[in-house]
Design a protein around this ligand. Structure first.
Ligand SMILES: [Zn+2]
Length: 295
C-alpha cells in the first residue's frame, strides 16, 4: 500500500515535471513558466466556453440584442486580422465572440484559442465608443496571443498539483484528487488575476492590434480612465479583479500613442475576419495532450 501511494506520487510529480518548461513569449520576448501546452489550454477552453455560456443561453441572455451583438462582432472582426498577423498560426483558431446580457458585470475575456465574451455591463457602466470597445477586446485578444491562459492554468495546476501530491500521501483516492486538479483549470484561467507583467504585455499588444484595426489609440487612455471611475460602483465581475492595473497604466499607454498613430491613420482599408455565427454546442474533447481526465 505504501509503495502504491509512493508510485502514484512519483507519477504525478513526473507528469508535472515532464510537462514543465520555460517559454519565451512569442510577441514580447518575456520569459514565462508554462507547463500546460497551448494546445491543451485551447482544448480545455472549448469545453469551458460552452460550460460558462450555456446558462446565459438557456436564460435567453446570449446575443439577445441584435444591435449590440452586431456592434461587438463588427469590432472583433476587424481586430482578428492584426492578431493573425502577429501569430499566423492563430488563423486556425476557432475565433468566436458572444455578448452576455449581464448589465451588472463589467468584464470581457478571450480564452486560449480565441473564444471571447463581452458583458453588457461594460456598455452600461462606461458608455464606451467603438474605439474604446476595440481597446478592451484588443487587450483581451492580446492575453490569448501571449498564452496568458496557459500560464495561469500552469499556476493553478502547480498549486493544485501540490495539494494533490499531499492528498495522495495522506491516503486520498487518486481519482478524486486528480479530478479536483484538472476540473477547473480552464475556467480558473480566465477568473484568476493576471500578473502585472501580463497586464503590461496585454496593454502594449492590445493598443497596437486596435490601431492596426483602425481604432484610435488615444481611446486606450480614456478607456482606463472610465474604467477606473466606473468599477468602484460596478459590483461583481470587476474588471480589475482579473486585470490588476499595472503601475502607471494610463501614462504608459499615453506614451505609446505617438507610435500607434501611424497604424491608426493608415488610409488603406482594414481587412475583416468574418466570424461564423454558430450555435453554442458542446463537443467532445479528445485531446491527448490533456494532463488528466477530470472524470
Ligand atoms: Zn488584462
Amino acid at each position: 500500500m505504501r509503495m502504491r501511494r509512493f508510485a502514484a506520487t512519483v507519477a504525478v510529480a513526473a507528469a508535472i515535471a515532464g510537462l514543465s518548461g520555460c517559454q519565451t513569449n512569442p510577441v514580447t520576448g518575456r520569459s514565462q513558466l508554462i507547463f500546460v501546452s497551448e494546445d491543451s489550454a485551447i482544448a480545455q477552453s472549448k469545453q469551458a466556453y460552452v460550460q460558462m455560456l450555456q446558462p446565459f443561453a438557456k436564460a435567453g441572455k446570449l446575443d439577445n440584442d441584435p444591435a449590440v451583438t452586431a456592434r461587438i462582432v463588427a469590432i472583433t472582426e476587424r481586430l482578428i486580422p492584426p492578431a493573425i498577423a502577429y501569430r499566423p498560426e492563430t488563423k486556425d483558431w476557432e475565433w468566436s465572440v458572444k455578448v452576455i446580457d449581464d448589465p451588472k458585470t463589467v468584464n470581457a475575456w478571450c480564452m486560449a484559442g480565441g473564444k471571447m465574451a463581452f458583458y453588457t455591463g461594460l456598455i452600461v457602466a462606461l458608455k464606451p465608443t467603438d474605439d474604446e470597445i476595440a481597446q478592451v477586446m484588443g487587450h483581451e485578444i492580446a492575453h490569448a496571443l501571449s498564452k496568458h491562459q496557459a500560464e495561469k492554468m500552469s499556476q493553478a495546476m502547480a498549486t493544485q498539483g501540490a495539494a494533490l501530491g499531499a492528498s495522495i500521501f495522506l491516503g486520498s483516492k487518486y481519482g478524486a484528487a486528480a479530478g479536483v486538479a484538472t476540473m477547473a483549470a480552464a475556467q480558473v484561467a480566465i477568473t484568476l488575476p493576471n500578473s502585472r507583467a501580463a497586464e503590461t504585455e496585454a496593454d502594449r499588444i492590445g493598443i497596437e492590434l486596435a490601431a492596426r484595426a483602425g481604432y484610435d489609440p488615444r481611446a486606450a487612455v480614456t478607456l482606463w480612465q472610465k474604467m477606473g471611475k466606473a468599477t468602484g460602483s460596478a459590483g461583481k465581475g470587476d474588471f480589475f479583479s482579473t486585470h490588476p492595473a499595472p503601475e502607471r497604466r494610463q501614462e504608459r499607454l499615453a506614451e505609446l500613442v505617438p507610435q500607434m498613430l501611424p497604424f491608426f491613420e493608415d488610409p488603406r482599408p482594414r481587412p475583416v475576419f468574418k466570424l461564423r455565427t454558430q450555435p453554442l454546442a458542446a463537443r467532445p474533447v479528445s485531446d491527448p495532450a490533456r494532463v488528466a481526465d477530470a472524470r
